[in-house]
Design a protein around this ligand. Structure first.
Ligand SMILES: Cc1cc2nc3c(=O)[nH]c(=O)nc-3n(C[C@H](O)[C@H](O)[C@H](O)COP(=O)(O)OP(=O)(O)OC[C@H]3O[C@@H](n4cnc5c(N)ncnc54)[C@H](O)[C@@H]3O)c2cc1C
Length: 411
């Protein structure tokens, strides 16, 4: 494996890091205190600056105005931007738009690309991805109630979805719904583009997550589709291919998430160290003098470094061999990094004491919102089960064939 980073990438990352420190971190105070609407116009100004610097939409296709970075370079970028909840939004590569852009790019018709993909990459509109349902397990999405049934030249969609991230203010949703209830389970659902101003697309509420409903790109909506009618030309990819396309999207998406989470770790660890060396705990001594705090810092640094190596190695494998070859590593990355992040943020919060519980630093935001990392993008348990299944498969086969003794020395 080659971790060499080109001079050009290194310079770009340094530029982004400076921008994060000078322009983005200072905006977090108002964001935390008053929410996204309070900073929206300032954020727009920063997005303009990012475009002027030539750093807009780092992972998105060049022909649509993005930078077209390869996955490993974007992974490094995602780490830098992940240091703030605002980073990816300000650089035009936030979820779920980034994933939706990939889907539209790979599966959209020329008409769909012109209407949705171009404006999405340019940041003129936003989108959302609507799959998970209130009453059924997101972990087993073949259990899906939402239907999109053909009626003349249209699909008519009915269903109740939730956790549709960033639906508030989005121009369209990519909706997963059952188009053929009689098909094999993984062939039943399709992806359909639904403009959010379509009659029958009802945003019921932005769900309160740990007490905060958020708004705009920083929200998760419950959506009722009732007799929501869209033309059949809004089908994205072939009918029945919904799960296949979703799988393709999730592979690289998990690397993006994991590197963003490592950005969270980096910020939390940095803040933890700054706090430890400045907080007096007894006359003449600070928190950093305490061995227990030193252990937290050392453990955090080592865990982050190990998680980072695993993630970059996986990004490299996805890029060079394809996501199918890297399936096992992608599962490892998902649950390893999500848990490392949680430990590191928790330790940082502990070192900050009462201040850590407030919104006077970014740590409580991370603590509230990043807990979900163990749930979305495939719950950790699902990844562990599928990884163990793959690891155990040859052992089971060997055992069935009467091979694979235990090397137990008896007698
Ligand atoms: C912040 C956030 C953002 C999200 N954004 C989106 C979005 O934009 N679009 C969208 O469609 N969805 C989104 N989701 C939904 C997310 O994909 C689901 O929450 C996730 O798939 C889990 O589904 P569930 O909540 O129904 O939990 P369930 O499927 O009911 O699972 C509950 C728990 O059971 C355990 N479990 C599940 N399966 C197994 C198993 N086989 N063996 C053992 N244990 C198991 C896991 O611990 C899991 O956490 C988001 C969720 C969150 C929290």
């Amino acid at each position: 494996m080659d971790f060499t980073v080109s001079e050009q990438t290194r310079a770009m990352i340094q530029l982004m890091q400076r921008f994060m420190e000078r322009e983005v971190f200072p905006l977090e105070r108002a964001f935390l205190a008053q929410g996204f609407p309070a900073i929206e116009s300032e954020a727009e100004g920063l997005r303009r600056k990012v475009r002027q610097m030539g750093l807009w939409a780092p992972a998105q296709p060049k022909e649509y105005g993005g930078m077209g970075l390869p996955l490993t370079d974007f992974a490094l970028v995602s780490e830098v931007l992940g240091q703030s909840p605002l980073g990816h939004y300000l650089f035009g590569c936030q979820a779920p738009d980034a994933g939706n852009i990939e889907i539209l790019h790979d599966h959209g018709t020329p008409g769909q690309k012109e209407r949705w993909l171009g404006p999405l990459v340019r940041g003129e509109i936003r989108s959302c991805f609507s799959m998970t349902e209130v009453e059924l397990p997101g972990s087993n999405p073949v259990m899906m109630d939402a239907t999109a049934l053909k009626d003349g030249d249209d699909y008519v969609i009915n269903g109740q979805k939730w956790y549709t991230t960033a639906a508030d203010g989005a121009a369209f949703a990519i909706v997963m719904a059952v188009t053929d209830p009689e098909a094999a389970p993984y062939r039943r659902a399709s992806m359909i583009i639904v403009p959010t101003d379509t009659p029958g697309f009802d945003l019921v509420r932005n769900i309160a997550v740990m007490g905060h409903s958020g708004s705009g790109p920083f929200s998760h909506a419950e959506i009722l589709y009732h007799s929501c009618r869209v033309p059949r030309s809004n089908l994205l990819g072939p009918e029945g291919d919904g799960f296949r396309i979703a799988q393709e999207r999730l592979g690289p998406g998990r690397i993006h998430h994991a590197m963003r989470w490592l950005g969270v770790c980096r910020r939390a660890l940095d803040l933890m160290c700054k706090r430890a060396v400045t907080r007096p705990i007894a006359p003449g001594s600070v928190l950093a003098d305490k061995e227990i705090v030193q252990a937290w810092i050392a453990e955090s640094a080592a865990e982050v470094e190990a998680a980072r190596a695993l993630t970059l190695q996986t990004a490299w494998k996805v890029e060079s061999l394809g996501w199918k070859e890297a399936r096992e590593e992608i599962s490892m990355v998902k649950f390893v990094v999500a848990n490392v992040m949680q430990h590191v943020v928790d330790r940082a919060l502990q070192v900050f004491g009462g201040l850590g519980m407030t919104d006077d630093t970014i740590i409580a935001f991370f603590y509230r919102h990043e807990r979900a990392a163990r749930i979305y993008d495939g719950a950790d348990e699902v990844h562990k089960l599928s990884l163990a299944h793959r690891i155990l498969k040859p052992y089971r086969e060997a055992h069935r064939a009467g091979e694979g003794g235990l090397d137990v020395f008896r007698g």
